[in-house]
Ligand binder design. Structure first.
Ligand code: ADP
Ligand code: MG
Length: 394
């Protein structure tokens, strides 16, 4: 069902609580990549030019319900001001009497950025009290945070119980592009999955088997599957508690005739650091004192062949610790394979997008999604909580 967007809303003179995804990567207090801020600009600029009072809210990092000074939103407000060419006031809280007072004095076309919503424990718990306090600040709710739409949090879902909810333009664009993967994708359809958020994402893979013809698993995600095959993974990132789940995924793939490829060789080293000696070993022979940190050359060849033969391809999660040059090769080769697909390609996820950016091949990808976990869950065919709460088009 199509969702109402801000084009369908009366926004002039209205206080609009806009949930954005400003969860930008930071190093020593500086933003290292402002893509996520830029991605929200069309919505923010539309609201400004239509005379709305724009109240922006986002999370940054994982402060887990406490005030973490390094995760305050000030650098984001500063960068946003530069991008908009307009003052963005930053408040030190996201709810409460002072915020209410400030917001009630806003003039049309002005922009304020609230404090990191995850400083409140109620945010991730979707606490109704916090959601109501957020809703009390505004006349309408706009969700433009596709990257967190798979989470039912106070500022992504709960708030919509109290005020009418509309999609922003980024949300609209993401739903349209990813929707193409669900509605009759051209086959073969391949999903390439890697990265580090194993417990978050592993369960999603089982449902993905109903959608895709080929599932390629690399990166940190693969190690739990290597364990499920009975191999030792040494000191590698892995989730022993999910080995059973991984085994079920392997069984289901075999039953369905879905081609599931795992690494046959990996690059190992003592630590994911520059300068440590690295070597290639078979995936069944990871030394006990080492970590698998990239896919090996045989695996790259096999994965590339499947990707290049696809008509539709989706990728989330780097194939190795691509931040360190020694372990970047597999990820860059996969970026090249995807760029070579004659068909529809999607890459999703913050780190995955950085990796594609590094490869210089971003322009060869059909759609770059800001959501990693969100795009994966969308692909399962489930309606995301942050999308479900939006008003349906008539
Ligand atoms: P995205 O942000 O694209 O959704 P994730 O956050 O799930 O992706 O995963 C990205 C992280 O996974 C990167 O920081 C990368 O270093 C890490 N990673 C990939 N492969 C491995 C591995 N074999 N061992 C440890 N970490 C890995
Ligand atoms: Mg990430």
């Amino acid at each position: 069902m199509a969702k109402k967007t801000i084009r369908d809303a009366q926004v002039r003179d209205k206080r609009c609580f806009v949930r954005v995804d400003f969860n930008v990567p930071m190093k020593n207090g500086a933003i290292t990549d402002d893509s996520r801020i830029r991605a929200a600009l069309p919505t923010i600029e539309y609201l400004i030019s239509h005379g709305a009072k724009v109240i922006l809210a986002s999370h940054l990092g994982r402060p887990k319900g406490q005030v973490v000074p390094e995760l305050r939103m000030d650098p984001v407000a500063h960068r946003l001001s530069e991008l908009l060419g307009k003052k963005v006031v930053k408040l030190n809280d996201c709810v409460g009497p002072e915020v209410v007072a400030y917001v009630s004095g806003m003039s049309p076309g002005s922009v304020v950025l609230l404090e990191n919503v995850r400083f409140y424990p109620g945010e991730e718990k979707n606490d109704p009290g916090l959601a109501k306090a957020m809703a009390d600040l505004a006349d309408i709710f706009v969700n433009d945070a596709f990257g967190t739409a798979h989470r039912a949090h106070a500022s992504t879902a709960g708030i919509a119980a109290y005020i009418p909810a509309y999609a922003g333009f980024l949300m609209e664009k993401e739903i349209a592009a990813l929707g193409k993967l669900l509605e009759d994708p051209e086959r073969p359809f391949t999903a390439l999955i890697g990265g580090a958020k194993v417990s978050d994402k592993l369960a999603v893979l089982k449902n993905l088997l109903d959608k895709v013809d080929n599932l390629l698993i690399g990166g940190g995600m693969a190690n739990t599957f290597l364990m499920a095959q009975g191999y030792g993974v040494g000191k590698s990132l892995a989730e022993p508690s999910m080995v059973g789940e991984a085994r079920e995924i392997l069984d289901k793939a075999a039953k369905k005739g879905c081609k599931l490829l795992l690494p046959v060789d990996v690059v190992v080293a003592a630590a994911p650091e520059t300068g440590v000696p690295a070597k290639v070993v078979p995936a069944s022979e990871i030394p006990e004192d080492m970590m698998a940190l990239d896919i090996g050359p045989e695996t790259r060849k096999a994965f590339s062949a499947v990707v290049e033969g696809s008509k539709t391809a989706f990728w989330n999660g780097p194939m190795g610790v691509f931040e360190v040059e020694t372990f970047r090769g597999g990820t860059l080769e996969m970026a090249a394979a995807l760029a070579g697909v004659d068909g529809f390609t999607v890459v999703g996820g913050g780190d995955s997008l950085s990796a594609v950016e590094m490869s210089g091949l971003s322009e060869k990808i059909s759609h770059l999604s800001t959501g990693g976990g969100a795009s994966l869950e969308f692909l399962e065919g489930r309606e995301l909580p942050g999308v479900a709460v939006l008003l349906d088009k008539d």
